[in-house]
Design a protein around this ligand. Structure first.
Ligand code: G4P
Length: 532
């Protein structure tokens, strides 16, 4: 087996799963790991899905950080390919984290509940994938339950997402009448056995749709219905075109039941066959734009996630580095582009389904965890020379702003440090208004504040109060420096700075922002900010 960085990168498939809560992401994750031989029995990931639902349990998971850290990425070797499955938190309050994780993915599997189709969170996440040109594979889940007409589901994909759906399989019935699916290309029928689940016997082997064995699985009516539908979808739809998929115009569609481990092997094979290997990444070097190819000799990558360790006595954190090029080996020195600081990466961690292991080497597409003491931040670019800078890690305008105060006024200094720490980790955003000494924290969802309060108390011994903020909306200002400064000077009472010292307009309402923006066409009021 070749081990050149280019050849190793070519066998990486780094992907994430996006879905609306409850569509079955956790169940599918587990079944993909099962299909890939990474776990032996169902149950390992399941516990997370179950406990995640309630807020107190979520916090317990946050506390038992070991679990959630090791589950941020799961790596498994299957069929000659290395799959890196990035975990995206399911709760919508953590969507910001999800967005960042997607910057590290080369493809996404979009899970739809067959009875519900495209739901609000699916749409939001899809938009991020589109923004980043991440090709999408669709998995229509829960076919073992009463489903919408598959033609309608495809229509929805095409009208709501403006994506051409290209089904590779076609289901026979759904719910109690679900019999299996036809592989539209090989004309094989893959029977579904009701009783089968993730364990023991599995589903029967595929049979030729036009052969004699089909009568065991489909009665004549079911057979002719499936034949008609398959013909209709083949004739009416566009055939699957890998190039169009890679360019984000088309999505291959798979059907199945994650819970019953049906259609999951086909999905994994599809990810292996069609999801792209790591591509060259856009970067800048000494101010000039460049491309970093996965096969380049220089090791490089970017931090897309930072998670603090739960041991409050050692404030070390794990930075998740998505490698973009080269052959990383343990003990290697990497330099951060922004600080120029070099660090020896002596204890890089690779995450396998149930274990963490020290990574001896890793390649483009892989994710390694680097323990550090707060040196590394989300958006940092690391490389051997320290000269590469990768763009593209978004911060989103928070949907809720709160003023935060510490109950014990003597601890105000402490609070600043703690808030900065959490903001650097991406737990919440932090804004310092130009006037006054308040801290305004921003989040996408209420739960983030609760997690924050919990962590401030446990890790920093700070009891805080969140109060109503005089501001309701935050926007990053972009434009010529002189124009932005001019605007800042004229609106001091509504200006603040974020953790990177970027100017932020703090508005009392979206209406106010629209009003002000109209009067200052030279300044843009951005809802997202890209670090790096
Ligand atoms: P999520 O991570 O996207 O939020 O979804 P999760 O996998 O936790 O699944 C949500 C619910 O849907 C779970 O049921 C799960 O068992 C069920 N589910 C997932 N895939 C399938 C499928 O293919 N078919 C059927 N019938 N159900 C499926 P729950 O009752 O909420 O939880 P639990 O009590 O089963 O754990």
């Amino acid at each position: 087996m070749s081990t050149s960085p280019a050849a190793e990168a070519a066998r990486r498939r780094t992907f994430a799963i996006i879905s609306h809560p409850d569509a079955g992401k956790t169940t599918l994750t587990e079944n993909l790991l099962l299909a890939g031989g990474a776990i032996r029995a169902a149950g390992a990931v399941r516990a997370r899905g179950q406990t995640r639902r309630t807020q107190s349990d979520w916090m317990k998971i946050e506390r038992e950080r070991g679990i959630s850290v090791s589950a941020s990425v799961m790596t498994f070797d299957h069929d000659g390919l290395m799959f890196n499955l990035l975990d995206t938190p399911g709760h919508e309050d953590f969507s910001e984290d999800t967005y960042r994780t997607l910057t590290a993915a080369d493809a996404a599997v979009m899970v739809l509940d067959a009875a519900k189709g495209i739901e609000p969170q699916t749409l939001k996440l899809f938009e991020v994938c589109r923004l980043r040109d991440i090709p999408i594979i669709t998995f229509i889940n829960k076919m073992d339950r009463e489903a919408q007409d598959p033609f309608e589901l495809l229509d929805e994909v095409s009208s709501k997402l403006a994506l051409d759906p290209a089904p590779l399989f076609w289901p026979a019935g759904s719910g109690g009448r679900f019999k299996g699916m036809m592989d539209l290309r090989s004309q094989q029928f893959i029977p579904y056995a009701k009783k089968s689940s993730t364990d023991e016997e599995g589903h029967p082997d595929p049979v030729a749709f036009n052969g004699n064995a089909i009568v065991q699985y489909l009665d004549p009516d079911e057979r002719s219905e499936l034949e008609d539908n398959a013909m209709l979808v083949t004739e009416a739809g566009k055939p699957f075109d890998v190039q169009s998929f890679l360019e984000g115009h088309m999505t291959p569609v798979f059907f199945g039941s994650a819970l019953r481990h049906f259609g999951v092997d086909q999905l994994l094979a599809g990810i292996g066959a069609y999801a792209p290997a790591p591509k060259p990444a856009k970067a800048s070097k000494a101010g000039a734009e460049t491309h970093v190819a996965p096969g380049d000799n220089e090791v490089s990558g970017f931090v897309f996630k930072v998670q603090a360790n739960m041991d409050p006595n050692h404030r070390d954190r794990i930075a998740f580095l998505r490698l973009t090029s080269g052959r990383f080996t343990r003990g290697m020195k990497l330099k951060a582009q922004n600080t120029g600081k070099a660090m020896s990466v002596n204890a890089p961690i690779m995450f396998f389904a149930s274990d963490r292991e020290l990574a001896e080497d890793a390649f483009a597409g892989d994710v390694i965890g680097i323990p550090n003491h707060g040196v590394l931040r989300v958006g940092d670019s690391l490389s051997e020379t320290g000269s590469l800078r990768f763009a593209g890690l978004p911060n989103f305008a928070p949907e809720i702003l709160r003023r935060v105060r510490v109950k014990d006024p003597l601890k105000a200094k402490h609070l600043k440090k703690a808030l900065e720490g959490l903001a650097e980790e991406g737990v919440t955003q932090l804004f310092r208004p130009m006037i006054g000494s308040d801290f305004i924290v921003g989040a996408v969802g209420q739960l983030q504040f609760e997690v924050m309060a919990d962590r401030l108390s446990n890790e920093y011994q700070l009891d805080v109060i969140f109060e109503a903020s005089p501001y309701a909306e935050a926007r990053w200002l972009v434009g010529e420096r002189a124009d932005v400064e001019d605007f800042e000077n004229k609106h001091k009472s509504a200006m603040g700075r974020d953790i990177d010292d970027q100017p932020v307009f703090l508005g009392k309402s979206a209406w106010e922002i629209g009003y002000v923006a109209e009067r200052y066409p030279k300044v843009r009021f951005e809802r997202t900010k890209e670090r790096g």
